[in-house]
Design a binder for this molecule. Sequence first.
Ligand SMILES: Nc1ncnc2c1ncn2[C@@H]1O[C@H](COP(=O)(O)OP(=O)(O)OP(=O)(O)O)[C@@H](O)[C@H]1O
Ligand SMILES: [Mg+2]
Length: 438
Amino acid sequence: MAQVVLENIYKSFSHRQSKRTAETSQPLIRSDIEAANSDSPSAVSVLRRINLTVQDGEFMVLVGPSGCGKSTLLRLIAGLETLTGGNIWVGDRLVNDLPPKQRDIAMVFQSYALYPHMTVYDNLAFGLRRTRKNPELATADQSKGPAGRRSAYQDAFDQVLVGLTRSFPAKLRYWTDQERWVDQRVRTVAQMLQIETLLNRLPKQLSGGQKQRVALGRAMARNPQVFLMDEPLSNLDAKLRTETRTQIVNLQRKLGTTTIYVTHDQVEAMTMGDRIAIMSAGQLQQVASPLELYNQPANRFVAEFIGSPPMNFLPVQVKAPLLIQHPQFRLTLPEVWGNVLQAYDGRSLTLGIRPEHLSVSLPAPKNLPVIVNRVEALGSDTYLTVSFAETTALSNSPALQVRIESDRSVSVGEKVWLAIAPEKIHFFDNTTGLAVRL
Ligand SMILES: Nc1ncnc2c1ncn2[C@@H]1O[C@H](COP(=O)(O)OP(=O)(O)OP(=O)(O)O)[C@@H](O)[C@H]1O
Ligand SMILES: [Mg+2]
């Protein structure tokens, strides 16, 4: 197990490079990187100044909208792309120039890419047979000295016998020490993932969820220092997604393998991650625990991205010490805001309030007079889409989302007054988008 440290990571693609990667998957040469590094108009900067430490054993979720650079970052860590700048450490090893095989990292992709002609057992065993990672065997071989060491000829002979008898019942198979070790790992992983009964099937005889578990198993069997998972659940239906999500989290806890998990599904991010790193346009926006992101978003992007439906935003004027004004309501804030809002006296700010922190209330100057445009009753809760009853140029803001208890009946076209929970208010600077911190 190991921590992963990303130090000032930059990545640009030049046109030449993207063509090369797409067409030939050839390793990149230095001149491509220089081209990407240069100010040439053809270079596209995809990742900028990424600094992130994933602790040993941590489950880090990387989340962000499509195209923000999540997969590129994972591929850089795995060694499938070349860095434009910065350093990647796995444990105490600087892996910048190591090929993927030597990084001791296993990656699970969205498309599970199992070998179609191999059984589940052989899919799980494939990586192990190739890496010969059993440390005990390696040490035993060393200690035998030159006389005891097996020749390449013997090894090849063993391989042929192992291969020929692989599909035989266990008793008739030809076993080497290495093959016994592989067998034990395959069965342990299959048991953990509850796919023992599927070991003799081909991938085409499996459901989507089962294939996904085999793909996870293949990564786990290698017992790597780090797992990288790129949207591994996106091909599954809702129920299987939830089940497999729990399974992955439980397994990760059991194995304690440092994991970086990419998703653009924020529910997945919130429920799986010890911490979440939020990215937008190639840059990290905030790295924090799920609840910290929800309660203290660092900026407007994070505030809008985490939470469903997203946070509502309203333009307001500040009158120090504690009054805020909107064309449709005026509100006195709790005293804690006094100090920080002094600096914004007479200026505009963006007020942020989550749908669950608005409630249907009575007419009052501090409440928002709105018309209900849409009612979505989900059973457990009801979501309303509302807009201000009287719109002026200033209050002509987008519709607001409100979450109310399901037993409260509200109909479309009705006028209601919404109360804001004052202790749940967020403020964002209009210029920088940064949260105004208490
Ligand atoms: N080989 C390449 N050459 C040029 N541009 C690339 C290459 N690979 C990715 N990009 C660009 O880099 C940006 C980030 O892509 P990336 O695949 O990392 O996004 P992502 O966050 O994983 O998105 P998604 O959620 O859709 O998978 C995109 O704008 C993409 O077009
Ligand atoms: Mg991606």
